[in-house]
Design a protein around this ligand. Structure first.
Ligand code: ZN
Length: 242
């Protein structure tokens, strides 16, 4: 009668060890205890020679703000969180995401040429895209947005003519160069800020103004010649709107 119980005990122990082994390999992502964690100490006591309890565990430090990710997700944006990286002094990508799509009130639309973006800036961008850009496009131009065109986000460089790192060096700025509407029209800052028809010019001034409400520093064609072809949108920084 004792043998079957003993065998069942061994089977249970083996199962426990397998579970404990898997648990130690699961990277700490959910914040909670890994499956089998409760069994790990029992398994270790039963087999002191195993190194399960002291197996190396690499929990990479991350600057990711989980509250921000949740807020960004709630905007309807599609995105992928990215790992932290440090490229050079003052240049880093901490707590960034890769945006792949944005949500309007009635449709989802694309964003082109965009690299890593710090989550807070991505959230401001997502809100602006929906409430500032897509709604303005429908109200002023009679068509929803199909794509926002950018000249990128992250770049390890200084503010032109200074020794100061640009917000682009921290993935906290986006350069928006144009908009494509669902009806096929393409609006380009360089061509249309001054040269577009009256409604297009009005649309560009409205989205510029609404960007100033949602971002820190906003620079456009009004600021200088270097910005004649894009809006520079900074998630942080002083409130400065030109
Ligand atoms: Zn810029």
């Amino acid at each position: 009668m004792k043998a079957p119980i003993f065998i069942r005990g061994l089977t249970l122990l083996a199962t426990t060890l397998v579970l404990a082994g898997c648990g130690s390999l699961i990277p700490g992502g959910n914040g909670g205890a890994a499956p089998g964690a409760a069994n790990r100490s029992a398994a270790t006591e039963a087999r002191p020679a195993t190194r399960i309890a002291s197996a190396p565990q690499s929990y990479a430090a991350s600057s990711m703000d989980r509250g921000c990710l949740a807020d960004l997700g709630a905007t309807g944006a599609r995105f992928q969180p990215l790992p932290d990286t440090y490229a050079a002094p003052g240049c880093n990508k901490l707590g960034t995401v890769q945006l792949s799509a944005l949500a309007g009130d009635r449709s989802t639309f694309g964003v082109s040429n965009l690299g890593p973006l710090r989550c807070g800036t991505a959230k401001a961008f997502s809100d602006w895209a929906r409430f500032g850009v897509d709604r303005a496009a429908r109200q002023i131009l009679g068509s929803p947005i199909a794509r926002i065109e950018t000249m990128g986000s992250y770049a390890c460089r200084n503010v032109a003519g200074t020794e100061r790192r640009s917000a682009h060096a921290r993935a906290e700025a986006i350069d928006v160069s144009g908009f494509v509407l669902e009806d096929g029209r393409r609006i380009m800052l360089k061509r249309d800020w001054d040269g577009g028809d009256a409604m297009t010019r009005e649309f560009l001034r409205v989205v510029h103004k609404s960007a100033c409400k949602r971002f820190g520093t906003v620079l456009g064609p009004k600021y200088n010649a270097a910005h004649e072809d894009h809006f520079h949108l900074e998630g942080t920084g002083a409130k400065f709107c030109r």
